[in-house]
Ligand binder design. Structure first.
Ligand SMILES: Cc1ncc(COP(=O)(O)O)c(C=O)c1O
Length: 332
Protein backbone atom coordinates (compact mmCIF):
# COMPACT_ATOMS: atom_id res chain seq x y z
CA UNK A 1 0.00 0.00 0.00
CA UNK A 2 1.16 3.54 -0.77
CA UNK A 3 -0.07 6.76 0.81
CA UNK A 4 -2.07 7.41 -2.37
CA UNK A 5 -3.75 4.03 -2.01
CA UNK A 6 -4.52 4.83 1.62
CA UNK A 7 -6.13 8.06 0.42
CA UNK A 8 -8.24 6.19 -2.11
CA UNK A 9 -9.45 3.82 0.59
CA UNK A 10 -10.09 6.68 3.00
CA UNK A 11 -12.26 8.35 0.33
CA UNK A 12 -13.72 11.83 0.76
CA UNK A 13 -11.69 14.99 0.27
CA UNK A 14 -8.51 15.90 2.09
CA UNK A 15 -6.52 19.07 2.73
CA UNK A 16 -3.04 19.33 4.18
CA UNK A 17 -1.68 21.63 6.87
CA UNK A 18 1.42 22.09 9.00
CA UNK A 19 -0.15 21.21 12.35
CA UNK A 20 -3.14 19.27 13.63
CA UNK A 21 -4.30 22.50 15.26
CA UNK A 22 -4.76 24.14 11.84
CA UNK A 23 -6.60 21.06 10.61
CA UNK A 24 -8.85 21.38 13.66
CA UNK A 25 -9.54 25.06 12.90
CA UNK A 26 -10.62 23.97 9.42
CA UNK A 27 -12.71 21.13 10.89
CA UNK A 28 -14.53 23.50 13.21
CA UNK A 29 -15.08 26.04 10.41
CA UNK A 30 -16.51 23.31 8.21
CA UNK A 31 -18.73 22.28 11.13
CA UNK A 32 -20.10 25.83 11.21
CA UNK A 33 -18.43 26.92 14.46
CA UNK A 34 -18.08 30.68 14.79
CA UNK A 35 -17.51 33.37 17.42
CA UNK A 36 -19.13 32.57 20.77
CA UNK A 37 -20.04 28.98 19.83
CA UNK A 38 -19.32 26.15 22.25
CA UNK A 39 -17.15 23.19 21.26
CA UNK A 40 -17.42 20.08 23.43
CA UNK A 41 -14.01 18.63 24.35
CA UNK A 42 -12.83 15.78 26.58
CA UNK A 43 -11.33 16.69 29.96
CA UNK A 44 -8.14 14.97 28.86
CA UNK A 45 -6.57 16.90 26.03
CA UNK A 46 -3.44 18.94 25.48
CA UNK A 47 -3.78 22.64 26.11
CA UNK A 48 -2.56 23.53 22.60
CA UNK A 49 -5.83 22.30 21.12
CA UNK A 50 -7.61 25.28 22.69
CA UNK A 51 -5.73 27.54 20.28
CA UNK A 52 -7.86 26.10 17.45
CA UNK A 53 -11.03 27.22 19.23
CA UNK A 54 -9.46 30.55 20.08
CA UNK A 55 -8.69 31.17 16.41
CA UNK A 56 -12.44 31.14 15.71
CA UNK A 57 -13.55 32.94 18.86
CA UNK A 58 -15.19 29.72 20.05
CA UNK A 59 -15.17 28.50 23.65
CA UNK A 60 -14.65 25.05 25.14
CA UNK A 61 -17.21 23.12 27.17
CA UNK A 62 -16.27 19.76 28.61
CA UNK A 63 -17.16 16.11 29.16
CA UNK A 64 -15.36 14.08 31.82
CA UNK A 65 -13.28 11.07 30.80
CA UNK A 66 -12.83 7.85 32.79
CA UNK A 67 -9.72 5.74 33.38
CA UNK A 68 -10.23 3.95 30.05
CA UNK A 69 -10.29 7.33 28.28
CA UNK A 70 -13.97 6.97 27.35
CA UNK A 71 -16.66 9.49 28.38
CA UNK A 72 -17.31 9.16 32.12
CA UNK A 73 -20.92 10.33 32.02
CA UNK A 74 -23.90 9.58 29.76
CA UNK A 75 -24.14 11.79 26.71
CA UNK A 76 -27.54 13.15 27.73
CA UNK A 77 -25.77 14.99 30.57
CA UNK A 78 -23.18 16.65 28.30
CA UNK A 79 -23.45 20.42 27.80
CA UNK A 80 -24.84 21.87 24.57
CA UNK A 81 -22.34 22.63 21.81
CA UNK A 82 -22.12 23.38 18.12
CA UNK A 83 -19.48 20.66 17.60
CA UNK A 84 -18.26 17.72 19.66
CA UNK A 85 -14.76 16.25 19.47
CA UNK A 86 -14.09 12.51 19.97
CA UNK A 87 -10.41 11.60 20.45
CA UNK A 88 -8.77 8.32 19.42
CA UNK A 89 -6.21 8.45 22.22
CA UNK A 90 -2.78 7.11 21.31
CA UNK A 91 -4.18 5.55 18.12
CA UNK A 92 -6.74 3.36 19.91
CA UNK A 93 -10.28 3.64 18.53
CA UNK A 94 -12.69 5.67 20.64
CA UNK A 95 -16.16 4.09 20.76
CA UNK A 96 -18.25 6.57 18.79
CA UNK A 97 -21.77 5.42 19.76
CA UNK A 98 -22.25 7.99 22.56
CA UNK A 99 -20.93 10.77 20.32
CA UNK A 100 -23.24 9.80 17.48
CA UNK A 101 -26.16 9.71 19.94
CA UNK A 102 -25.24 13.17 21.25
CA UNK A 103 -24.90 14.55 17.72
CA UNK A 104 -28.23 13.03 16.66
CA UNK A 105 -30.00 14.39 19.74
CA UNK A 106 -28.57 17.92 19.70
CA UNK A 107 -27.60 18.60 16.08
CA UNK A 108 -23.94 19.10 17.07
CA UNK A 109 -21.40 18.16 14.40
CA UNK A 110 -19.09 15.28 15.35
CA UNK A 111 -15.37 15.72 14.65
CA UNK A 112 -13.10 12.67 14.96
CA UNK A 113 -9.77 13.88 16.34
CA UNK A 114 -7.38 11.28 15.04
CA UNK A 115 -4.25 13.33 15.66
CA UNK A 116 -2.63 10.23 17.19
CA UNK A 117 -3.99 7.49 14.99
CA UNK A 118 -2.93 7.74 11.33
CA UNK A 119 -2.85 4.18 9.83
CA UNK A 120 -4.88 2.71 12.70
CA UNK A 121 -8.22 0.98 12.11
CA UNK A 122 -11.11 -0.05 14.32
CA UNK A 123 -12.45 -3.59 14.82
CA UNK A 124 -14.52 -3.27 11.64
CA UNK A 125 -11.41 -2.43 9.63
CA UNK A 126 -12.37 1.23 9.16
CA UNK A 127 -9.49 3.72 9.14
CA UNK A 128 -9.56 5.95 12.20
CA UNK A 129 -10.21 9.54 11.21
CA UNK A 130 -12.63 8.45 8.46
CA UNK A 131 -15.43 7.17 10.69
CA UNK A 132 -17.24 10.50 10.75
CA UNK A 133 -17.88 13.22 8.20
CA UNK A 134 -14.99 15.29 9.54
CA UNK A 135 -11.71 13.81 10.77
CA UNK A 136 -8.31 15.32 11.50
CA UNK A 137 -4.82 13.77 11.54
CA UNK A 138 -1.49 15.06 12.85
CA UNK A 139 0.75 13.17 10.43
CA UNK A 140 3.82 14.61 12.13
CA UNK A 141 3.03 12.56 15.24
CA UNK A 142 3.23 9.29 13.31
CA UNK A 143 6.00 10.11 10.82
CA UNK A 144 9.26 12.01 11.24
CA UNK A 145 8.25 15.15 9.32
CA UNK A 146 9.14 18.82 9.70
CA UNK A 147 5.35 19.21 9.96
CA UNK A 148 2.25 17.67 8.46
CA UNK A 149 -1.43 17.36 9.26
CA UNK A 150 -4.61 16.65 7.35
CA UNK A 151 -8.36 17.01 7.42
CA UNK A 152 -10.57 14.48 5.68
CA UNK A 153 -14.22 15.25 4.94
CA UNK A 154 -16.81 12.77 3.77
CA UNK A 155 -19.13 13.43 0.86
CA UNK A 156 -22.24 14.54 2.74
CA UNK A 157 -21.88 18.25 2.15
CA UNK A 158 -19.00 19.12 4.47
CA UNK A 159 -16.31 18.66 1.80
CA UNK A 160 -17.94 21.48 -0.22
CA UNK A 161 -17.18 23.86 2.63
CA UNK A 162 -13.45 23.16 2.72
CA UNK A 163 -11.06 26.03 2.01
CA UNK A 164 -8.88 25.85 -1.08
CA UNK A 165 -5.76 23.66 -0.74
CA UNK A 166 -2.72 25.47 0.68
CA UNK A 167 0.48 25.44 -1.35
CA UNK A 168 3.47 23.87 0.42
CA UNK A 169 5.83 26.50 1.72
CA UNK A 170 9.09 26.82 3.65
CA UNK A 171 11.11 24.48 5.83
CA UNK A 172 8.36 23.57 8.26
CA UNK A 173 7.46 23.95 11.92
CA UNK A 174 10.20 21.61 13.20
CA UNK A 175 12.96 21.32 10.60
CA UNK A 176 15.15 19.51 13.17
CA UNK A 177 12.76 16.55 12.96
CA UNK A 178 13.56 16.17 9.27
CA UNK A 179 17.25 16.01 10.22
CA UNK A 180 16.38 13.39 12.84
CA UNK A 181 14.64 11.33 10.15
CA UNK A 182 17.80 11.36 8.06
CA UNK A 183 19.94 10.35 11.07
CA UNK A 184 17.52 7.52 11.92
CA UNK A 185 18.12 6.06 8.46
CA UNK A 186 21.91 5.86 8.98
CA UNK A 187 23.02 2.29 8.30
CA UNK A 188 24.80 1.94 11.67
CA UNK A 189 23.45 3.15 15.04
CA UNK A 190 20.79 5.34 13.42
CA UNK A 191 18.26 5.29 16.29
CA UNK A 192 20.95 6.07 18.90
CA UNK A 193 22.41 8.94 16.84
CA UNK A 194 18.90 10.34 16.31
CA UNK A 195 18.20 10.10 20.03
CA UNK A 196 21.43 11.93 20.88
CA UNK A 197 20.47 14.69 18.43
CA UNK A 198 17.03 15.02 20.09
CA UNK A 199 18.65 15.33 23.52
CA UNK A 200 20.98 18.03 22.20
CA UNK A 201 18.05 19.98 20.70
CA UNK A 202 16.13 19.80 24.00
CA UNK A 203 19.11 21.00 26.01
CA UNK A 204 19.54 23.90 23.61
CA UNK A 205 15.84 24.75 23.89
CA UNK A 206 16.01 24.53 27.70
CA UNK A 207 18.99 26.88 27.71
CA UNK A 208 17.31 29.37 25.37
CA UNK A 209 13.73 29.37 26.69
CA UNK A 210 13.80 27.72 30.12
CA UNK A 211 11.61 24.83 28.93
CA UNK A 212 12.67 21.66 27.14
CA UNK A 213 9.29 21.07 25.53
CA UNK A 214 7.56 23.29 23.00
CA UNK A 215 4.33 25.02 23.80
CA UNK A 216 4.27 24.22 27.49
CA UNK A 217 2.89 27.59 28.55
CA UNK A 218 -0.41 29.42 28.74
CA UNK A 219 0.18 31.12 25.39
CA UNK A 220 -0.10 27.69 23.77
CA UNK A 221 -3.85 27.90 24.51
CA UNK A 222 -4.21 30.98 22.34
CA UNK A 223 -1.59 30.89 19.61
CA UNK A 224 -0.93 28.30 16.91
CA UNK A 225 2.83 28.60 16.51
CA UNK A 226 3.25 28.16 12.75
CA UNK A 227 1.62 29.22 9.49
CA UNK A 228 -1.12 26.86 8.30
CA UNK A 229 0.58 25.73 5.07
CA UNK A 230 2.54 22.46 5.16
CA UNK A 231 6.28 22.52 4.49
CA UNK A 232 7.75 22.18 1.04
CA UNK A 233 8.14 18.47 0.33
CA UNK A 234 5.32 17.00 2.43
CA UNK A 235 3.63 15.31 -0.53
CA UNK A 236 6.93 13.93 -1.77
CA UNK A 237 7.68 12.51 1.69
CA UNK A 238 4.20 11.00 1.99
CA UNK A 239 4.57 9.38 -1.43
CA UNK A 240 7.94 7.90 -0.42
CA UNK A 241 7.03 6.27 2.88
CA UNK A 242 5.83 2.69 3.17
CA UNK A 243 2.62 2.49 5.23
CA UNK A 244 2.75 -1.32 5.59
CA UNK A 245 6.29 -1.16 7.01
CA UNK A 246 5.27 1.61 9.41
CA UNK A 247 2.22 -0.35 10.57
CA UNK A 248 4.40 -3.42 11.20
CA UNK A 249 7.10 -1.36 12.98
CA UNK A 250 4.59 0.19 15.38
CA UNK A 251 2.75 -3.04 16.14
CA UNK A 252 6.01 -4.95 16.71
CA UNK A 253 7.34 -2.22 18.99
CA UNK A 254 4.07 -2.36 20.94
CA UNK A 255 4.16 -6.15 21.33
CA UNK A 256 7.80 -5.99 22.51
CA UNK A 257 7.30 -3.20 25.01
CA UNK A 258 4.03 -4.66 26.31
CA UNK A 259 5.72 -8.02 27.01
CA UNK A 260 8.57 -6.18 28.75
CA UNK A 261 6.16 -4.08 30.83
CA UNK A 262 4.12 -7.10 31.93
CA UNK A 263 7.29 -8.96 32.97
CA UNK A 264 8.04 -5.99 35.23
CA UNK A 265 4.53 -5.73 36.65
CA UNK A 266 3.73 -2.51 34.75
CA UNK A 267 0.16 -2.07 33.56
CA UNK A 268 -0.59 -1.01 29.98
CA UNK A 269 -3.32 1.64 29.78
CA UNK A 270 -5.22 -0.39 27.19
CA UNK A 271 -5.88 -4.04 28.09
CA UNK A 272 -5.19 -5.33 24.57
CA UNK A 273 -3.94 -4.18 21.18
CA UNK A 274 -6.76 -4.66 18.64
CA UNK A 275 -5.95 -6.63 15.48
CA UNK A 276 -5.94 -3.46 13.37
CA UNK A 277 -4.82 -0.92 15.97
CA UNK A 278 -1.66 0.93 15.00
CA UNK A 279 -0.55 2.63 18.20
CA UNK A 280 1.07 6.04 18.50
CA UNK A 281 3.06 4.60 21.41
CA UNK A 282 2.78 2.43 24.48
CA UNK A 283 0.67 4.09 27.18
CA UNK A 284 1.14 2.86 30.73
CA UNK A 285 0.74 3.72 34.39
CA UNK A 286 3.61 3.26 36.80
CA UNK A 287 5.29 4.68 39.89
CA UNK A 288 8.71 6.32 39.68
CA UNK A 289 10.58 3.00 39.74
CA UNK A 290 8.36 1.61 36.98
CA UNK A 291 8.91 4.73 34.89
CA UNK A 292 12.67 4.30 35.26
CA UNK A 293 12.36 0.72 34.09
CA UNK A 294 10.36 1.76 31.03
CA UNK A 295 12.75 4.63 30.38
CA UNK A 296 15.57 2.10 30.20
CA UNK A 297 13.72 -0.01 27.62
CA UNK A 298 12.89 3.08 25.55
CA UNK A 299 16.41 4.54 25.66
CA UNK A 300 17.93 1.31 24.35
CA UNK A 301 15.76 1.65 21.25
CA UNK A 302 16.14 5.38 20.75
CA UNK A 303 12.57 6.13 21.95
CA UNK A 304 11.39 8.73 24.45
CA UNK A 305 9.04 8.34 27.39
CA UNK A 306 6.73 11.34 27.52
CA UNK A 307 4.04 12.64 29.82
CA UNK A 308 0.84 13.59 28.00
CA UNK A 309 -1.09 15.85 27.97
CA UNK A 310 -0.10 19.29 29.26
CA UNK A 311 -3.63 20.09 30.45
CA UNK A 312 -5.51 23.35 29.82
CA UNK A 313 -5.51 25.66 32.86
CA UNK A 314 -9.30 25.59 33.07
CA UNK A 315 -9.50 21.85 33.75
CA UNK A 316 -6.07 21.04 35.20
CA UNK A 317 -7.43 21.13 38.76
CA UNK A 318 -10.30 18.72 38.23
CA UNK A 319 -8.86 15.94 36.09
CA UNK A 320 -9.01 12.58 37.92
CA UNK A 321 -5.82 11.45 39.66
CA UNK A 322 -5.95 8.18 37.73
CA UNK A 323 -5.31 10.14 34.52
CA UNK A 324 -2.35 12.11 35.84
CA UNK A 325 0.22 9.34 35.96
CA UNK A 326 -0.17 8.18 32.35
CA UNK A 327 3.09 8.00 30.41
CA UNK A 328 3.79 7.09 26.82
CA UNK A 329 6.70 5.36 25.14
CA UNK A 330 6.64 7.38 21.94
CA UNK A 331 7.39 5.24 18.88
CA UNK A 332 8.29 8.20 16.65
C1 LIG B 1 -5.59 14.87 20.58
C2 LIG B 1 -4.83 15.94 19.84
N1 LIG B 1 -5.46 16.64 18.88
C3 LIG B 1 -4.82 17.59 18.18
C4 LIG B 1 -3.50 17.89 18.43
C5 LIG B 1 -2.83 18.96 17.64
O1 LIG B 1 -1.83 18.44 16.82
P1 LIG B 1 -0.58 19.34 16.40
O2 LIG B 1 0.39 19.29 17.56
O3 LIG B 1 -0.03 18.73 15.18
O4 LIG B 1 -1.09 20.70 16.20
C6 LIG B 1 -2.83 17.22 19.45
C7 LIG B 1 -1.45 17.57 19.78
O5 LIG B 1 -0.83 17.07 20.68
C8 LIG B 1 -3.49 16.20 20.16
O6 LIG B 1 -2.87 15.50 21.11
Amino acid sequence: MTFEQWRQQAGGTVRFFSLGRHALVEALKVAGVGPGDAVLLPEFICRDVLASLHALGARPVWYAVNESLAPAVQQDAWPAARAVVAVNYFGFPQRLAPFRAYAARTGAVLVEDNAHGFLSRDDHGQWLGTRTEIGIFSLRKSLLLADGAMIRCGMNGFADRLSAPLAEHGGGYAPAVAVKARLRRLPVGGPQVAKAATTAIRLLRQWRSGSSVLGDDAEAERVIPAPAAPHLGLQRELAAFDPEAEIARRRTAYADVEAFARRHGIRPLFPALGDATVPYGFAFRADDAGRQTMQGWAARRGFDVISWPALPDEIAGRVADALRDIRLVNFL
